[in-house]
Design a protein. Structure first.
Length: 269
């Protein structure tokens, strides 16, 4: 996503360098990395507006979440540590050589240490010199604290959308309206599952299985219009969810996951 940050155009995209992930900001002309933000990266694009960046992820905070950050709080940070391969892809250590055969007549008493110090077993010696496990540390200053976070509501397949002072997210269990200023969830509608909203003319448009709905883009859940535009899902077992509607001047395209698609004339003529 393009963004104007500190007077220059930057491109914002997600990164994943095991065990780190987050957003990385590139100089749009040179490709130089300007800064990074460690955070959970969702399926959709971040929303960037004014001095804010909104990140939404179905799997954040265990059950889904959305966070708002201030652009002015971001800092030029060092790159994350080089990405080591996940454990399942790391080279396995070479097998240890077979232990030497025990002597047929082992000594019955251990040898007395010449220094007078108590004897230690080989296992105890190994434990004594084993270095502590080092966890990866992200270089640079700490990442900024989000302005607010919402647990339980986040975009899953599609993108979150903004209309005025509200952000709308759609995921597997419900669709939600979140206040941009406070992070308060204004409404949560469980009948709109697997939905991916778009915004047009101050309204929210969403497909819910075979039905298209036009919602008021405000703090109360209001259906302004709705219509069944595709075969009912009860007779179409492959239509498990609906894709993001596509809008061009005068035309709205709605599609189900089984491939059925319809073009609606919304020109008003």
């Amino acid at each position: 996503m393009p963004a104007s940050i500190h007077g220059e155009t930057q491109l914002v995209t997600g990164f994943s360098r095991y065990p780190f992930q987050g957003l990385v900001f590139f100089d749009a002309l040179k490709g130089d990395v300007k800064q990074e933000l460690a955070c959970r990266v969702g399926q959709g694009d971040p929303l960037i507006f004014d001095d804010s960046i909104f990140i939404s992820d179905r799997w954040s905070h265990a059950e889904g979440g959305s966070c708002l950050y201030s652009m002015s709080a971001l800092h030029p940070a060092a790159l994350a540590l080089p990405k080591p391969p996940p454990p399942e892809y790391q080279a396995k250590p070479a097998p240890k050589p077979a232990a030497a055969a025990a002597p047929t007549n082992p000594p019955t008493t251990p040898a007395t240490p010449t220094t007078g110090a108590p004897a230690m077993s080989a296992a105890a010696t190994t434990l004594a010199v084993k270095p502590p496990e080092q966890k990866p540390v992200r270089p640079g200053p700490p990442d900024p604290t989000p302005t607010w976070c919402v647990e339980g509501d986040g975009a899953y397949w599609g993108n979150a959308v903004r209309c005025g002072d509200y952000i709308f997210t759609g995921e597997m269990k419900n669709m939600a309206c979140i206040s941009l200023k406070t992070g308060e969830v204004k409404w949560r509608e469980k009948t709109l599952s697997n939905c991916q909203p778009i915004v047009c003319d101050g309204k929210v448009i969403v497909m819910n299985y075979n039905k298209v709905l036009v919602l008021d883009a405000g703090p109360e859940y209001k259906v302004l219009a709705s219509a069944d535009v595709l075969p009912a899902t009860s007779s179409n077992g492959n239509a498990k969810f609906s894709l993001t509607p596509a809008l061009i001047p005068g035309r709205l395209y709605c599609k189900q996951s089984n491939g059925d698609v319809v073009c609606l004339d919304v020109s008003g003529k």
